[in-house]
Design a protein around this ligand. Structure first.
Ligand SMILES: Cc1cc2nc3c(=O)[nH]c(=O)nc-3n(C[C@H](O)[C@H](O)[C@H](O)COP(=O)(O)OP(=O)(O)OC[C@H]3O[C@@H](n4cnc5c(N)ncnc54)[C@H](O)[C@@H]3O)c2cc1C
Length: 492
């Protein structure tokens, strides 16, 4: 199949690299591309979904990027059990449009629904319900994986390859389809309680209490507040509403869902729009506007889960220099490290526009999965902020000292040596990799920067796995009139 050269970035719009782009429409086409790479033609191959990882996990300079845009069919949805079988390029938005009319929602949703099933498994994404639901892979019954040599395997949670792939950032093969258990909901609205906290101690105390009371909870924090206001936040927590909670006008449409973005960002913003002054003004206004306490507010899925999806291409607001996301988790007991990171960020010229604090529950068996029990903090900064690198290095040191780790789907600069301390199961991951990809077919800009794939050269390829059975079609599925799955802004 034909390929063409493109320059790609992740959502943060930094670190562009050029690769051959291939858009296979079938397993056979994707397998042929992998086999060709296995003969040594071209550079390393990496899958790519909707390009919503923040940096270069889905890029391969001088190699081939396998885009799953054309593998975008929902093959079946069992409305009795909520099991959806879909191709890997299906987005979470597509699954919502398909499932909600029958009362099924995605089991885990990150802060954007423009994420593919392949990307959700490969990064083992988490959402506001991690403390009760864990991360995405925990809801996957099985998936089909095209190995680097083009053979297919169906893997289940009983297989080591499943847990090497969940969180494995596309480095074990191309997921082509998956069976996902959706979550039963009674309506498509969320009943939300909002609490405004005065400082970091109150923020952490309320988050801990809300983990016990709500299925979904998160804090949006003011990263620039100092002194007595350090770590002040707006905490929103909730659960899907019951039919009786709906206003009369919504009762005949309890599962209504409008996925359209409301606004489009201009194509270009001036550099420097996000700076310490504008972020301080925005934070102050947003904090003052929030109620001290508000209960039982009904919010749409878009308002509660994906407020940033309401503005198409909001990532352009950072200007041509792009932005870096930084997310860590540190274990419970390391509360002083969380406080210290707020002190470090608020004392630094770098403004974090979107600052989110949350508690994770138990992690899963993913060898490189990010979530682990503890506190997770996400920050984002204009990439060109002077002194940003040293600030993030100091945060890395703090995280490592406290037994934590940073999230690979967002990382753009962690040191390879720090990574080995953060991910103690990295040697197990490398061992699986060495077995399934002795020729080094797969690789990404991220894996090269971090030395993720260091592996012994004398490993033999394993025996061929079971052939992939044809997917079991549970019920054929068609989109409602007027909805066309969109694939916005993947390519710069
Ligand atoms: C606004 C915003 C909010 C976000 N909020 C969260 C959040 O709350 N929680 C969270 O966990 N993440 C969050 N993310 C990150 C995002 O969920 C992950 O990066 C996710 O992996 C992106 O999916 P994608 O389809 O865009 O994959 P891409 O970005 O295209 O790729 C991500 C990784 O998945 C691999 N991959 C993609 N498709 C396949 C496939 N078919 N087979 C094998 N590997 C594949 C790629 O090689 C790459 O390593 C957020 C991102 C944005 C932009």
């Amino acid at each position: 199949m034909s390929t063409h050269a493109v320059t790609l970035t992740g959502w943060g719009r930094i670190a562009p690299s050029t690769a051959e782009l291939a858009e296979p429409a079938s397993d056979a086409e994707a397998a042929a591309l992998l086999r060709r790479a296995a003969t040594g033609q071209g550079g390393a191959v990496i899958p790519r979904g909707l390009g919503r990882s923040y940096n270069n996990a889905a890029q391969s300079a001088g190699g081939t990027v396998l885009l799953t845009r054309r593998l975008n069919r929902i093959l079946g949805l069992d409305t009795a059990t909520g099991v959806a079988v879909c191709e890997a390029g299906v987005s979470l938005e597509q699954l919502m449009v398909a499932g909600l009319p029958a009362g099924w929602f995605v089991p885990v949703s990150p802060g954007t629904r423009q994420v593919t099933i392949g990307g959700a498994i490969a990064a083992d994404v988490h959402g506001k319900n991690h403390h009760v639901a864990g991360s995405f892979a925990g809801h996957v019954r099985s998936f089909d994986l095209l190995l680097p040599d083009g053979r297919q395997r169906t893997v289940t949670p009983d297989d080591e390859l499943f847990w090497a792939t969940a969180g494995g950032m596309g480095l074990t093969g191309l997921i082509t389809r998956a069976a996902v258990q959706l979550k039963r909901v009674a309506t498509s609205l969320v009943k939300v309680d909002t609490v405004r906290t005065a400082d970091i101690d109150e923020t952490m105390a309320v988050l801990a209490e809300h983990d016990r009371r709500y299925g979904y909870t998160v804090a949006w924090s003011d990263s620039l507040a100092r002194g007595r206001g350090l770590g002040r936040s707006i905490i929103t927590s909730g659960d899907f509403a019951a039919p009786g909670d709906l206003p009369p006008a919504r009762r005949d449409d309890p599962f209504g869902f409008d996925p359209r973005a409301r606004l489009g960002a201009p194509a270009a913003f001036p550099p420097g729009l996000i700076n310490r002054y504008t972020v301080r003004v925005a934070n102050e206004a947003w904090y003052r506007k929030a109620p001290r306490l508000r209960t039982a507010e009904l919010q749409t899925i878009g308002q509660f889960f994906h407020p940033l999806d309401g503005i198409r291409n909001w990532n352009r607001v950072y200007g041509p220099g792009g932005f870096r996301q930084y997310q860590y988790v540190v274990p419970f007991g390391a509360e002083a490290a969380v406080r210290r990171s707020f002190e470090m960020v608020s004392a630094h010229p770098a403004p974090s526009f979107v600052t989110v604090l949350k508690r994770f529950g138990e992690g899963d068996q993913g060898l490189l999965s990010f979530p682990a029990p503890g506190w997770t903090l996400a920050l984002d900064f204009p990439a060109r902020t002077p002194g940003l690198g040293p600030l993030l290095d100091r945060l890395d040191d703090l995280v490592v000292r406290n037994g934590g780790r940073v999230y690979l789907a967002k990382d753009s600069r962690v040191r390879a040596s720090a990574l080995e301390e953060m991910y103690p199961r990295l040697p197990e991951f490398r061992k699986v990799r060495a077995e399934i990809d002795p020729a080094g077919v797969l690789g990404s800009d991220l894996s090269r920067r971090l030395g993720l794939l260091r592996q012994p050269r004398d490993r033999r390829a394993p025996a061929a796995g079971a052939a992939c059975p044809a997917p079991r079609i549970l019920a054929s599925y068609e989109y409602p009139t007027g909805y066309a799955p969109g694939y916005p802004t993947m390519i710069t």
